[in-house]
Design a protein around this ligand. Structure first.
Ligand SMILES: NC(=O)C1=CN([C@@H]2O[C@H](COP(=O)(O)OP(=O)(O)OC[C@H]3O[C@@H](n4cnc5c(N)ncnc54)[C@H](O)[C@@H]3O)[C@@H](O)[C@H]2O)C=CC1
Ligand SMILES: CC/C=C\C[C@H](O)[C@H](O)/C=C/C=C/C=C\C=C\C(=O)C/C=C\CCC(=O)O
Length: 265
C-alpha cells in the first residue's frame, strides 16, 4: 500500500465535483494538496473550507487552464516551490456540457490535450530519470472511453483518447526506469455539476428516452463511491497500466491491468 502521509498531489479541476472529492480523500490520509482550476471563485471557496479543516500548510489553489501549457506548467512550478516535491498527479479537469457539442474543439483541448500536457509535466517533475523520486499519475477518463455514447461522440473520442494514451505510456518498456505508475479511472455517470448540466432532461433534446436508457444501464454513481475507487487505484502499488471502471450497477471492474497481488510467501 502506498503511504500517503505527507505525499504531495496535484489535482486538476479540484475546485468541485470529483476533483474535490479525490483531493479530500487524499487529505484525509495525510497528503498535501495542490488544486488547480479555471474557476477561481470555486477554487478559492474550496481552499478556504480546507484551510479551516486541515490548517494553512497542507493545501494550495492556483488558477489554471489545463489546455494552456504555460498556465499548467506554472502550477507545477508553484507546487514544487511551496511543498518541495510532487508525488501524485491527477488529471481530472474535464468538460462535456453540450450534449450535441457545439464547441467540440474545446472538449478535445481540455479533456485530451490537457491530460497529455499534465502527464508530460508529471514525468518531468516526478520521474527518477529526471532527478525525481518517482510517483503516480491517475488520468480520469470515463466509461464513455470504453463504450460508444451516441449523443456525445467528441466527448467519447476525448475519453477513448485518454484511455489509449494512458495505457500506451504505461506499456513503455522503459517505464520502470521512471519509477512511475500510470493509471486510468473510468467512472460511469456520477452525480456532479457536469452530469447535471449534460443530462438535465431538457425536453428539446432528441432521443431523450435513449439517453435515459443509457443512464439506467449503469445507474448514477455517488461522488463518494468514485472517490473510494480512486483511492484503491492510488494506494495499490502494483497496478501500472490499470484501467478501472466504476458504476453504481457493477461497482469496480478492472478493464485492463488487474493489480498483481503480491504472493504471501
Ligand atoms: N460526472 C460524470 O458523470 C462523469 C465525469 N467524468 C469525468 O470526471 C472529471 C471531473 O468531472 P466532474 O467532477 O463530473 O465535473 P465538474 O464540472 O463538477 O468539475 C470539473 C472541474 O474542472 C474544472 N475545469 C473545466 N475546464 C478546465 C480547464 N480548462 N482547466 C482547469 N480546470 C477546468 C471546472 O471548473 C470544474 O471545477 C471530468 O474529466 C469528467 O469528464 C467521467 C465520467 C463520469
Ligand atoms: C456529455 C457528457 C456529459 C457528462 C459526463 C458524463 O456523465 C460521463 O462522462 C458519461 C458517461 C457515459 C457513459 C455511457 C455509457 C456507459 C455504459 C456503461 O458503462 C455500461 C457499458 C459498457 C461499459 C464499458 C465496458 O464494459 O466495456
Amino acid at each position: 500500500m502506498m503511504d500517503l502521509h505527507n505525499k504531495v498531489a496535484v489535482i486538476t479541476g479540484g475546485a468541485r465535483g470529483l476533483g474535490r472529492a479525490f483531493s479530500e480523500a487524499l487529505l484525509s490520509k495525510g497528503a498535501k494538496i495542490s488544486i488547480c482550476d479555471i474557476n477561481v471563485a470555486d477554487g478559492e471557496a474550496t481552499l478556504q473550507v480546507w484551510r479551516e479543516k486541515y490548517g494553512e500548510g497542507r493545501t494550495m489553489f492556483k488558477q489554471c487552464d489545463v489546455s494552456n501549457k504555460q498556465s499548467f506548467t506554472d502550477v507545477f512550478v508553484e507546487t514544487k516551490r511551496k511543498f518541495g516535491t510532487i508525488d501524485i498527479v491527477v488529471n481530472n479537469a474535464g468538460i462535456g456540457k453540450e450534449l450535441f457539442e457545439q464547441d467540440w474543439e474545446k472538449t478535445i483541448h481540455v479533456n485530451l490535450i490537457g491530460v497529455i500536457i499534465g502527464t508530460d509535466l508529471a514525468v518531468q517533475y516526478m520521474s527518477k530519470s529526471s532527478g525525481g523520486y518517482g510517483g503516480v499519475v491517475i488520468n480520469i477518463a470515463s466509461t464513455a472511453g470504453l463504450t460508444p455514447v451516441f449523443y456525445s461522440p467528441v466527448y467519447c473520442a476525448s475519453k477513448y483518447g485518454v484511455v489509449g494514451f494512458t495505457r500506451s505510456v504505461a506499456a513503455n518498456p522503459n517505464v520502470c526506469d521512471l519509477g512511475m505508475r500510470f493509471l486510468c479511472l473510468c467512472p460511469a455517470y456520477t452525480d456532479t455539476g457536469l452530469f447535471q448540466a449534460g443530462h438535465s432532461g431538457r425536453k428539446e433534446v432528441p432521443n431523450l428516452d435513449k439517453i435515459s436508457q443509457l443512464v439506467k444501464s449503469t445507474g448514477i454513481n455517488s461522488v463518494e463511491s468514485v472517490a473510494n475507487a480512486f483511492m484503491e487505484l492510488v494506494e495499490n502499488e502494483n497496478n501500472n497500466g490499470a484501467v478501472m471502471a466504476v458504476s453504481l450497477k457493477k461497482g469496480i471492474e478492472y478493464k485492463h491491468g488487474r493489480p498483481v497481488q503480491k504472493s504471501r510467501i
